[in-house]
Design a protein around this ligand. Structure first.
Ligand code: SF4
Ligand code: SF4
Length: 387
């Protein structure tokens, strides 16, 4: 049984062909109509935080970050309803003014803010906030703009993810944790399931009023940053972030049980995974199904699920994928070394080397490498076994 009111089972699903402003604005306006009208969410004078995905300094066409036209159209819709918008994210790596300036400029978000008059966050402060209801995390370090907003909207990009398999409305909220604090969460929750359960705790803590996914062009393969753009043509939204992820995951061929954030939210009664029971308003879900969407090479082995943790751990040591550095491509920037939660990477002669005994397989090194110089590879015999 789904907790909350009836509206929590409604998902708006609309087709949008590309990033032409008029088309995107029309899809966003229709999304709000499908969900009961924008006035239901936005009141005049309300401070609205758009938590977009600004993982790293990437151009819009690389499909790593929420597209600037999507953000521009959403900002304008909120402004028309009288809301005051701040755009924020704590990207991967250090949370500094310089890093934010660079990412805003390259991702096109700076330009979107300039055009619309939306505020770009440069407040680098944060606060540790208790969350006694958390199942495995009882407090979170949270960036100040997220604490000061009257309302938070999660605006994720539909992408694959090396560690969590998929990143959508729930995983997007990890960016309200400031900079390198994120590494602590990886370090403390080394097990993927624990990490994903923490993400569900975080989502319950943030309780975004709305999740509106940029699924127009997503990322397949080795997401969230080293994969390839893939057209999906979908704008997906709901007041229930978990349902946005259920619908998006289904589109790209994933089962709810494959994605630990979804499986955990179903287990907690926060969401249903049976599509026939989800009230999808807008277009027919079947028109969006993609049967050859490429998944990350480092995904989990489902046959290990259900085994005791200590057995999973010892099997994983032999069969799980490891980061592999492509030295011809690596430019020695040290981003991987600086962002490795257990400090398993050391530079030798400008090139990174990993101590696999320390590596917790979080794949932050791959996620944050600006040159796609990190591959995630299983032992060759395991690859053969999986073929
Ligand atoms: S692997 Fe990537 S992140 Fe690491 S030093 Fe090389 S280029 Fe930089
Ligand atoms: S080497 Fe890469 S995958 Fe291993 S712990 Fe460090 S960042 Fe994570």
């Amino acid at each position: 049984m789904l907790k909350g009111n009836e509206d929590m089972s409604v998902v708006s699903l609309l087709h949008c062909e590309g990033y032409e402003y008029e088309k995107v604005k029309s899809a966003i306006d229709s999304t709000f109509i499908n969900l009961g009208g924008i006035q239901k969410f936005i009141k005049p004078g309300m401070k609205v935080l758009l938590k977009i995905n600004l993982l790293m300094k990437k151009k819009p066409e690389e499909a790593t970050t929420t597209h600037p036209v999507f953000v521009e159209a959403l900002v304008r819709a909120i402004q028309e309803a009288g809301g005051i918008v701040t755009i924020a994210d704590s990207p991967g790596g250090p949370y500094t003014t310089r890093a934010l300036e660079n990412i805003y400029a390259v991702s096109g978000i700076g330009q979107a803010a300039k055009k619309t008059g939306a505020l770009l966050n440069y407040d680098l402060t944060y606060k540790e906030v208790p969350f006694p209801d958390g199942k495995i995390t009882r407090s979170f370090a949270v960036i100040t703009p997220a604490l000061e907003a009257d309302l938070i909207i999660s605006v994720p990009k539909l992408k694959t993810h090396g560690m969590t398999l998929f990143t959508g409305a729930v995983k997007n909220l990890f960016g309200i944790i400031p900079g390198i604090h994120k590494a602590e969460y990886h370090f403390r929750m080394e097990d993927k399931k624990d990490f994903c359960n923490m993400l569900v705790d975080l989502c319950e803590f943030v309780k975004p009023a709305l999740s509106l996914m940029d699924g127009i062009i997503g990322m397949e393969g080795n997401g969230p940053s080293a994969g390839n753009p893939r057209k999906i043509g979908a704008v997906i939204a709901s007041t229930n972030p978990y349902l946005v992820d259920v619908v998006a995951a289904k589109m790209i061929g994933l089962k709810p049980s494959d994605v630990y954030t979804i499986a955990n939210s179903v287990e907690r009664g926060l969401c249903i995974s049976d599509l026939s029971k989800i009230n999808i308003v807008g277009e027919d879900m079947r028109a969006f199904l993609i049967n050859d969407f490429k998944l990350p090479t480092g995904r989990s082995l489902s046959f290990l699920d259900g085994m005791p943790k200590f057995i999973q751990k010892s099997i994983n040591r032999w069969v799980s994928p490891n980061p592999l550095f492509i030295y011809d491509v690596c430019v020695g920037c040290r981003d991987c070394e600086m962002n490795c939660p257990p400090k398993a990477i050391k530079m030798k002669g400008q090139k990174p080397y990993v101590d696999l005994n320390k590596c917790i397989k979080c794949f932050c090194c791959q996620e944050l490498c600006p040159k796609k110089a990190v591959e995630i590879k299983r032992p060759w015999w395991m690859e053969k076994f999986l073929q």
